[in-house]
Design a protein around this ligand. Structure first.
Ligand code: TXA
Ligand code: MG
Length: 311
């Protein structure tokens, strides 16, 4: 692995694009200090230029050099959850240029725990800008094969790191406004965070972030959330090729179905691979059994609601 990671760091230094595994999803990386490299990253993703991107580091010390104020709460969260699936939004320092912040005065920072990501960041010795390694708006990749299927030759190197353990994107906390706001739920839950700080509800003025768009993380096949007791009725009514994601086998005959785990962590880990599989089943409609309405399912519900939002 070492020589491969060394090559990846060289490609990044030369302004190239490297996809790499993280514990959440695979990222599409570029040198976060190189305007041209980041421009190519945005073009490859098909992402609007005014959307900010998360910058990844090998340590909290290095990450915090990209912030001009590091509140005590940020240090507490970093101590507790880094390296890991948490992104902190902080007021930026001069190192964070407009082309990574989308022109905002804040920057998204993350220290991932995946050993391959960590080694790459250590070797690169700088910030790596990395959105999820998929085309804009589509389902995030959780394996190297997903990345290759999405991006093909548009990426210079794909580092292999096995299936992502968490399976959904990092929890994002905005600390740039004086209070703490949860912008995106993830494996680190609201309850986990509230053991260390008070969270404010996200207001309408919360900063632009693509995960905040109504429809996101979406398969190409139209998808819909359906309560368990309506599932069979809906399948019968549709009379077309239907693919189903559910906790147990539907009674009605369907063309394709996948059973999902009953624990939210295990469900999240499988979610994107499952949506991708159902998307390639050649069906007209995907039906997803609604997960429980409890706090521990918040992050999964968020991704499913976005995957199922009307286009
Ligand atoms: O788990 C993850 O966070 C993955 C892996 C690769 O680290 N990355 C990821 O990146 O999900 P992306 O670009 O797909 O989503 C990043 C989110 C977006 O919604 C972005 O707009 C938001 O973070 N974001 C980044 N910087 C921000 C800022 N300064 N203010 C508000 N939102 C920000
Ligand atoms: Mg994404």
């Amino acid at each position: 692995m070492k020589p491969e990671i060394r090559r990846a760091a060289e490609i990044l230094r030369a302004g190239g694009l490297v996809a790499f595994p993280t514990e959440t999803v695979y990222g599409l990386g570029a040198d976060a200090s190189n305007a041209k490299a980041v421009a190519r990253l945005y073009a490859t993703k098909g992402r609007p230029a005014d959307h900010p991107v998360i910058v990844h580091f090998e340590s909290a010390e290095r990450a915090f050099t990209w912030a001009n104020q590091v509140p005590q709460t940020a240090r507490k969260l970093a101590d507790r959850f880094w390296p890991g699936p948490l992104t902190l939004i902080l007021k930026r320092s001069k190192l964070a240029k407009d082309f990574v912040t989308g022109g905002q005065d804040s920057v998204g920072l993350r220290v991932p725990s995946h050993p391959v990501a960590h080694e790459l960041l250590e070797m690169f010795q700088g910030g790596i800008a990395a959105p999820s390694a998929n085309r804009f708006g589509l389902v995030s990749p959780t394996t190297a094969a997903h990345v290759r299927a999405d991006l093909g030759d548009d990426v210079d190197l794909v580092l292999e790191g096995g299936p992502s353990e968490v399976g959904i994107e990092s929890t994002i906390v905005d600390l740039s406004t004086g209070s703490a706001v949860l912008l995106r739920p993830g494996a680190i839950s609201r309850e986990d965070l509230e053991q260390l700080l008070n969270l404010k509800e996200a207001g309408l003025s919360s900063p632009r972030h693509s995960g905040g768009l109504e429809r996101h993380y979406a398969p190409r096949t139209p998808a819909r959330l359906v309560a368990k007791h309506d599932l069979d009725k809906e399948i019968e009514k549709l009379k077309q090729r239907v693919a189903v994601l559910a906790f147990s086998r539907p009674d009605e005959r369907v063309d394709y179905w996948l059973r999902m785990p009953r624990k939210p962590g295990a469900y999240a880990q499988k979610l994107y691979a499952a949506l991708r599989e159902l998307d390639t089943a050649g069906c007209k409609q995907i039906l997803v059994e609604t997960p429980p309405d409890t706090a521990d399912w918040a992050a999964v519900r968020d991704r499913l609601q976005k995957a199922c939002a009307a286009r």
